[in-house]
Design a protein around this ligand. Structure first.
Ligand code: AMP
Length: 142
């Protein structure tokens, strides 16, 4: 199974903010949309990513004043991305090695979607279920 299979199921909707969006507004977006991260776009280019973990870090450092900071102050700038043709194993490795749970999907500079660790685990479980069913069918047929 590949990243493109996940995207074809969940679609390519990407929730974004600008570098000047306040941390308070980012927190509201994450809460309202029930998501764990937003991408920060600057003139359509990916400038960074802000996840709930970045917000926790900002609140731990700045207290309530963190609400007035901007996304550009708390985002991670070096965003790791994946390709639609990457395998599930490959993205699991990227997430484990990088210790993050979100991966934008980019091809030829075009943002095609975002996958989360939840999407990856779901795809992995489906793959395992299919393998088990195929093995059972093989045993019964033999
Ligand atoms: P997460 O586990 O996705 O909530 O993110 C944990 C940390 O990694 C946060 O500081 C995020 O800004 C950062 N992060 C999340 N996704 C990525 C990514 N694809 N590339 C680089 N950093 C990321």
């Amino acid at each position: 199974m590949f990243v493109s299979d996940i995207l074809s199921q969940k679609g390519g909707l990407v929730h974004t903010v600008t570098p000047a969006t306040s941390v308070g507004q980012v927190a509201q977006q994450l809460s309202l949309r029930r998501i764990g991260s937003v991408l920060v776009l600057d003139d359509e280019a990916v400038a960074g990513i802000v996840s709930e973990r970045d917000l926790v870090r900002a609140f731990a450092s700045h207290g309530a004043a963190a609400m007035e900071l901007e996304a550009r102050h708390v985002m991670t700038r070096d965003v790791v991305t994946c390709d639609p043709d990457d395998s599930i194993d490959r993205v699991m490795e990227l997430m484990t090695r990088g210790r993050f749970r979100h991966l934008p999907v980019v091809r030829h500079g075009e943002l095609l979607g975002v996958i989360s660790i939840g999407d990856v685990v779901k795809a992995r479980l489906e793959e395992t279920r299919h393998e088990t069913e195929a093995l059972k069918a093989y045993i019964v047929a033999g």
